[in-house]
Design a protein around this ligand. Sequence first.
Ligand SMILES: Cc1cc2nc3c(=O)[nH]c(=O)nc-3n(C[C@H](O)[C@H](O)[C@H](O)COP(=O)(O)O)c2cc1C
Length: 716
Amino acid sequence: MAKRKAAGNGHFPHLLSPGRIGSMTLRNRILMCPMGDNLANEDGTMSERQIAYFEARARGGVGLILVGSVPVMWPAGAYNPRHPGISDDRFIPSLAELARRVHAHDGRVALQLVHGGKSSMQDIAAKRPLFLPSIPTEQSAPDPLGAMNTGEELAAMSEPFIACGGQVNPHAMTREEIADVVAAFADAADRAKRAGIDGVEVHGAHGYLLDNFLSPGTNHRTDEYGGSLENRARFLLEVLRAIRARVGPGYPMWARINGTEFFMNGNTVEDAEQVAAWMEAAGADAVHVSAHGDGGRLILWTETVPQVPGHLVQYAAAVKRHVKIPVITVGRIDPEMAEDIIARGDADFVAMGRKLIADPELPNKLAEGRREDVRPCIYQYRCIEQIFLRRPLRCSSNPTTAYEHEFELKPAATPRKVLVAGGGPAGMEAARTAALRGHKVTLCEESSQLGGTTLFSSLVNEANGRLVEYFEAQLQKLPIEVRLNQSVTPDLVRELRPDVVVVACGAHHDTSGLRGTERPNVFNGHDLRALITGQDPALAAAKLSLPQRALLQVGRLVGAAGSMDRLRDLTQRWMPLGKRVAIVGGGLVGVELGEFLVNRGRQVAILEQSAGLGKEMAMPRRWRAVHVLREHGAEILTEVRVQEITDVGVVYVDKDNKQQTVAADSVILAYGMVENRALADALRGLGPEVHVIGDAHGVGYIEGAVRDGATIGMAI
Ligand SMILES: Cc1cc2nc3c(=O)[nH]c(=O)nc-3n(C[C@H](O)[C@H](O)[C@H](O)COP(=O)(O)O)c2cc1C
């Protein structure tokens, strides 16, 4: 495909060059994905919180903001209770306010118009008919995800079913009802236009109503709306034509479709190409190519919000060969990849979702040549979990997301001397925020590298390493004194005389109740980290054989120990662990580690006291990780009490009270993280105000750590 001529300012020249969708000119090729956020008011008007969230992204330079899932028949056809409505003129004022606030920053904003069809949870809750193309012929299989959820999660997701007393009312739509929905889409587009919104996207993907008709998996009608692709696409195309007729030729209007459906009987990319060509003929100004997975095939579920970077681009590129209108691609696309996509001509625009949830200023930072200042998404799937749980959007990486309405980084009234103990995410975020507010900050880290446990966890979860790099860059740029290999002690506090000490030294590991933990084949998180990064030669002498130590030495000489990326490669070939690894503790750490080890050919057994694995993980992440474990034949032992580690493995008592042993060459202790107040206690009475944050305060992993760091940085 011919390369386009580069425009822009030299950094990401293609991505940052202006583009057009219909009559609308966008300042760059970055779209904010449509993402339901559950932030609207209960009456369906946009809340100040929601508008501030979008305004921050417009201020941050996004070319076009797409407001996700705006139900055209609100409250009918809504997935969540707090989607903004557009089914009546009373919704126009708050939408107009949104448009005004986005335009004030030279941004553009479009609404994604939707009817939820089989996913209309609000219709289920209210016992309204659930609009479907046809009544399903087969009972759907029991949800395999259910078994992996906690009771609290199940309760939150079941709210609509509880509200209707289990009386779901599936309803095969009549032709009249189809015509009503078509009219509702046209009315909604007209209201968007009258509100000053710049365009509308019709949601024809992800298992919502128009996709229920499009997909052969859900449409079993025998009339002109079912059967052939042409018939199945009829509803979507009628909607597009009706909107075009209502809003006139100049108003930007397009649809999002699945470039493929990752399940049996789904539409293929060839179907998507054909539908896109029909959309163009029906007056669409663009086509947005997403994809849809299926809860029945766990690993693929996350295709809608994908795990693999850029793998949906192929579908956009295929569609692009069949249309002249611009094509929008999506799916975990980095700026660098986005630049290449636009340069190659595989798509005209790139929609970014989670990256813009994590950093509203991503486009401006790219334009200013500050790539290193982009706060990365760490792909914990917390944002999407919140939507499943019918709660407001939240971000693991950025605690201010969806709190833009109340967050203001005000200079401190009196600049103070702040000493931060610990260079993990809690300490680094506290230092960053405090320094931005004008405090004089010193950060001490007892090891030779910043990042704490998060750095080590980046071996397993690469994205965590990007967060550490982000913080390192911020600490370098701000007037913060960073002291590595420096523990905070009462003597140091006496010497430095800070006004405030922020203790962010991580959790304490307490596995004292278990027999056999002193054996050479038993490792806790600290041991593994010290061994792999080569920070504790004495421990290596105690735990590793001579050849293993020699190999580590080689790794160190080739620089692997300094780079998590290289270490990750090295672990493909070597780790100080035998073939059979038992992990004691099936929380977030144990599950992530298990996933990492099965991918490196280890036979893994996970022993967990409670009934489920990975409770602290956001559900989609947990579903995927547990699925990977199962696929690799990992032994998952839940509701067990571990008693002892012996020569042959781990002795435990199972749920039937029987003593068992799981054989293991190596045992990893991934439990026993508890708050760590020792340093804070030692510093009390020395003068400075002392705050304990992050895992030292209460185990909250990266998300809790960053949140604590920001909160304390704002408070002191
Ligand atoms: C919190 C959240 C809510 C979403 N809601 C919608 C939605 O309302 N409509 C839609 O078409 N896609 C929705 N998506 C999917 C995104 O639009 C996008 O396709 C997906 O996140 C992949 O892009 P990303 O990898 O850049 O995040 C949602 C995704 C997230 C993370």
